[in-house]
Design a protein. Structure first.
Length: 152
């Protein structure tokens, strides 16, 4: 509220993995939501996040209910989120929210942070995963463009 008094816009970056009445207050107060959807479908969501995508879906539905401008962000990880059929279903699902989704950011997985895991002696499950090819990224972007989404 103080930022708005000074005519400063407020964006919230969230994975939408927590949905409470407090969350609703924050979503209502901001001007824009950057919603990181880690995976589409409960099976893959559980593999990646360890839980279901129920709160994620509730967040997206609430954003639609309050007509909040939203940017959907999704990381493309081979063997995890790079499945063309699933991405087609995901794009179709998002059409239900076209009135609020201003753009979809399809972010290719990268390997820049691997060294951090090694230095910290943490187990890193993605060492053997390659980055998506340019051809794959073009194909994926076309899926979402074909549904009328602006792509970044």
């Amino acid at each position: 509220k103080k930022l708005h008094k000074h005519k400063i816009s407020v964006a919230i970056d969230t994975a939408g993995s927590i949905f409470t009445k407090e969350t609703k207050k924050v979503l209502n107060a901001c001007d824009l939501v950057l919603l990181d959807i880690k995976a589409y479908g409960n099976e893959m969501y559980k593999i990646i996040c360890g839980t279901t995508d129920e709160c994620n879906a509730k967040t997206l539905n609430y954003l639609k209910e309050i007509n909040k401008p939203t940017w959907v962000r999704h990381v493309i990880v081979p063997h995890y989120t790079l499945n063309l059929e699933t991405l087609k279903n995901f794009a179709e699902y998002l059409t239900e929210f076209k009135n609020i989704i201003e753009k979809v950011e399809l972010i290719p997985f990268h390997k820049m942070g691997e060294y951090k895991w090694k230095e910290l002696n943490y187990k890193y499950k993605l060492y053997d995963i390659n980055v998506p090819t340019k051809k794959e990224m073009v194909e994926i972007k076309e899926i979402f463009k074909s549904k009328g989404f602006k792509i970044d």
